[in-house]
Design a protein around this ligand. Structure first.
Ligand code: ZN
Length: 216
């Protein structure tokens, strides 16, 4: 049985040439911000639903960090689930922030086997994870947090690769089998060098826009 990741086509936010340019600038000498932004940090606001395990959330986030390590970005997870919510959760977010929503049930408009969904536009970037469908795949060899971590990494990658379609292999495959979700499988864990470069450039772009918005 095949389970898939369904992702709506996203609005283009920057041309490839711009993204490549940003990535190349990252290694240029004398750039005024490079000393501080060589590892761009993106704020990720995470929302859930009553009863969602905070430890599962944190383990899934750590798994996502691990999968996205080659990109050399830092994801600043801001957990906004019930009692864990911080004041930042209630402030207006910038378009360059990322929002993640763990939904108890799949969105009705999602494809029948979709495990998650990502959507970005000029003023938002959001990923949705379908708890019911992912949890239904749990077995002794398919543990919850690695599955959530993989789906989360996939959807966040979509948000950082707004011009890119699914790939034929690795993390950005559009269709995964259940065996791809076992703890020992590494089939859906890697990113191409091109994807890594583009994601890094997109993260830098977002950080710079946010800095400008904050007058830094
Ligand atoms: Zn996808």
């Amino acid at each position: 049985m095949i389970h898939g990741m369904y992702c709506r086509k996203m609005t283009l936010v920057a041309s490839l040439s711009v993204l490549f340019s940003l990535a190349l600038n990252a290694s240029a000498k004398g750039h005024p911000r490079l000393g501080f932004q060589s590892t761009p940090t993106l704020e990720v606001f995470v929302y859930g639903f009553p009863g969602l395990s905070t430890s599962l959330l944190q383990e899934a986030e750590a798994e996502t960090d691990r999968i996205l390590t080659p990109v050399s970005i830092r994801l600043d997870w801001i957990n906004c689930i019930s009692r864990a919510a911080t004041p930042q959760c209630f402030l207006p977010q910038l378009a360059t922030d990322i929002t993640v929503r763990f939904l108890p049930k799949a969105l009705p408009q999602a494809a029948a086997t979709a495990l998650g969904f990502a959507n970005s536009s000029a003023d938002s970037a959001a990923a949705f994870l379908f708890y019911d469908r992912i949890a239904a795949l749990r077995t002794e060899r398919r543990l919850l947090f690695p599955m959530f971590g993989r789906v989360l990494a996939h959807e966040i990658t979509h948000l950082l690769l707004p011009n890119e379609a699914h790939s034929d292999s690795g993390l950005m495959r559009g269709l995964w089998s259940t065996s791809d979700l076992t703890v020992t499988s590494t089939a859906c864990l890697f990113l191409s060098a091109r994807s890594v470069q583009l994601m890094y450039g997109e993260a830098l772009r977002r950080v710079r826009i946010k800095d400008r918005a904050r007058g830094r």
